[in-house]
Ligand binder design. Structure first.
Ligand code: NAI
Length: 307
């Protein structure tokens, strides 16, 4: 089995260092023409320099690949439009969008300024929204698109001192869920990764013992697969890094009908918490409509509705 990229054009945001740099280089090594976006700031998103993106473009060119730089911030509508315009102007289209740019501003919620909360929503969530919005028309028209959101286990499962980051990262899963149906009809597929890699963002918290296994390339292999022509998946969330790859899924328990047609009391809820939280019959749903349908069938089966 092999994956191909058939003359594709990719935009990788935040590709001046860490994971984005690796994604851009791996895609370019497979013949993808790449826009290397990076505003070149520090790990909290302050400052800026063209150097980060320029160096990655040079590394790709030295290895025989094709890339151009873009230095806009993803965190504005105009920035998102310029980033995608760089692909359209230089390569004629955009097929693959890796929403990777991001930064961190860690603090306990008690001590966090709201400015640092909205700043992270702006770069992670709105950055992905602006770039995806700008790329979406070309993808729909081409009947081909591969979008990868960069989520995080901090958002999927929680992490101390990361309320801003966790909120922003989990909101990308919601954004993906909203796009799945609109995109799938036209072969525009959207997936999310929760990466684990040693980068400047994680070097303070990662054990040096893990360093040899924490190369970003382990994550980029998944990103490349999700971006390929052969990938037909949409709406997947994948934890990946260190040679470990695992699907993450939101599931809902079988649930219980309470109250015999009357609104149950809080005490009834308390008494039935075991049944409410029983996950033995848990299952995933492809969209929200399936949940209401399942409840409707349960009500019919259990005599809560006339047949
Ligand atoms: P990094 O700091 O090495 O790379 C992030 C890049 O994004 C930097 O080059 C930075 O200049 C760029 N960037 C930041 N704000 C930008 C903006 N407004 N516009 C354009 N570029 C911008 O960090 P790393 O680890 O490579 O992070 C990449 C993504 O992966 C981030 O979204 C991060 O939250 C996510 N992530 C990383 C994990 C890890 O283990 N390294 C774990 C979970 C998520």
């Amino acid at each position: 089995m092999s994956v191909s990229f058939d003359g594709r054009v990719a935009v990788v945001t935040g590709a001046g260092s860490g994971l984005g740099r690796s994604h851009a280089k791996v895609l370019a090594s497979r013949g993808v023409k790449v826009v290397v976006n990076d505003l070149g700031g520090d790990v909290s998103g302050q400052g800026g320099s063209n150097r980060a993106a320029d160096e990655v473009v040079k590394e790709i060119a030295d290895a025989g690949g094709i890339a151009v730089a873009n230095y806009d911030s993803v965190a504005s509508e105009e920035g998102g439009q310029n980033i995608i315009k760089t692909a359209l102007d230089n390569f004629g289209t955009v097929d693959i969008l890796i929403n990777n740019a991001g930064n961190v501003r860690d603090k306990s919620f008690a001590k966090m300024d709201l400015e640092n909360f909205t700043a992270l929503m702006d770069v992670h969530l709105m950055g992905a929204v602006y770039c995806t919005k700008a790329a979406w028309p070309a993808m729909l028209e081409n009947r081909f698109g591969r979008v990868v959101m960069t989520s995080s286990s901090a958002g999927l499962f929680g992490s101390h001192g990361h309320t801003n980051y966790a909120s922003a990262k989990m909101s990308l899963v919601g954004f993906m869920h909203g796009l799945i149906q609109e995109g799938s009809k036209k072969n525009v597929l959207v997936n999310a990764i929760a990466p684990m890699a040693l980068t400047r963002m994680t070097e303070q918290v990662m054990s040096p013992k893990l360093a040899p296994m924490m190369q970003p390339e382990y994550v980029s292999a998944m990103v490349a697969f999700l971006s390929s022509d052969e990938c037909d998946l949409s709406g997947q969330i994948v934890e990946c890094g260190m040679g470990y790859y695992s699907k993450v899924q939101i599931v809902e328990g079988a649930g219980v009908l309470l109250g015999n047609g009357e609104v149950p009391t809080p005490e009834t809820i308390q008494d039935n918490w075991g049944a409410i939280s029983d996950m033995s019959g848990a299952q995933p749903y492809r969209h929200a409509g399936q949940v209401s349908r399942a409840v409707f069938h349960k009500m019919k089966d259990e005599g809560f509705l006339s047949q």
